[in-house]
Design a protein around this ligand. Sequence first.
Ligand code: ATP
Ligand code: MG
Length: 215
Amino acid sequence: MTLSPSTLIDQNLSGPRIGVFGGTFDPPHVGHLVTAVNVRHALNLDQVILMVANVPWQKEGSRVITPAQDRLAMVEAAVAAVPGLVAGETEIRMGGPSYTVDTLQVLRQEVSEYANATFFTIVGDDAAAGVPTWERFKELTGLTELVVVDRPGAPVALSDDIHWIRVEVPHLEVSSTDLRSRFTDGRPLDYLITQPVLNVIRERALYSTPIGSPA
Ligand code: ATP
Ligand code: MG
């Protein structure tokens, strides 16, 4: 039987409400953090996991991706001082391509606090358009609520067949793609990436140097 979202909620009234915000986070930026914090508040979530993709299968082959352990270190730094946000290493530990349907099952099985959690899978609308193509999509809809936030730019049409929870968050025109090109051409990174993340980038000599403004 496939559980509808409302059934899931009814059955988990006493369990924690856990957001799962997956991404490549190459690098993590304020758009990710503002989204996670605001969705957590709007949906009264106990925790939002910024789940670091191991091998982002949609992006494979299109560019060089920063090693997963470096991306995890950046996300850990990004969330360290933010209540309710945590970095997720499950997909890196699982290895291989990252499929949300597998991730949620492993979280539920391996983490005792998540045994009766309600999961909320959070995506920006650019990613949401592709969600129906995700691995074992039907099974996925029985495991999680689906949450979508708008990103700046033309609105993305989403299928009416899917039950989406829409959450308004401040629209920040920030992307990891733009940040990577800023590293390359030396434009400022200030206020787009938080200082703890910049520190990790410096320590690990990620992207190109020099980064940020001169000290
Ligand atoms: P890239 O440019 O490399 O694709 P990105 O900035 O889109 O990077 P991802 O790691 O691909 O970041 O995105 C992870 C999730 O965060 C996706 O669901 C994406 O839609 C969402 N997201 C990324 N940037 C923003 C933003 N500025 N506002 C809201 N959601 C965002
Ligand atoms: Mg993206």
